[in-house]
Design a protein around this ligand. Sequence first.
Ligand code: TYD
Length: 190
Amino acid sequence: MFIVFEGIDGTGKSTQVNLLAEALRAQGREVITSKEPTDGPHGSRLRDSAETGRLSPQEELDLFHLDRKEHVESLIKPALARDAVVILDRYFFSTMAYQGIRGFDPLEIRKTNEEFAPLPDFVFVLELNLDTALDRIGVRDGQANEFEQREALQQCHNIFASLEDDFVHRIDAGQTPEKVHQDVKEILSI
Ligand code: TYD
């Protein structure tokens, strides 16, 4: 089983990854959790660029794809092959959203990714109102930075909202973490 949590920054994805992993482990399943960008060389370059100056849109897109290819080959595919549950904090839907707003066509990004990245069985999109998300990530300062971040997150939200696949489930992330977790378990029937 391959499960992905998506959503804009501040929606509590990593908390849900951990709660779900614990619940499945308690049922005796082998569970592998991971995140993108990864801690590998490409992922680290992407994280560093947040501080050392942002990369060009093309460089950034290329690095997310390199990072994901490595992730798929070294961790995701082997784990699925031995029937472990894989739970990710972000996957290529984040590339559609975040690189989509830097000028690339989200559907083209998806096509490129589907050539090398397996489709998940479940994608949980955690949805949260923008003010709450901005509060949680600490950028409600009324400065230009807040305006920019708000615009960017709104556009990412819109791209996540446009996903129409059967495996995509939207959950209200404004609820308590426990309630969000309950909703996830209900959808998974566990
Ligand atoms: P995030 O999940 O916020 O990690 P952390 O909390 O550890 O910093 O992810 C870092 C950023 O990477 C986030 O703003 C979204 C961005 N991102 C992309 O732009 N494209 C992608 O394909 C992925 C996976 C993430």
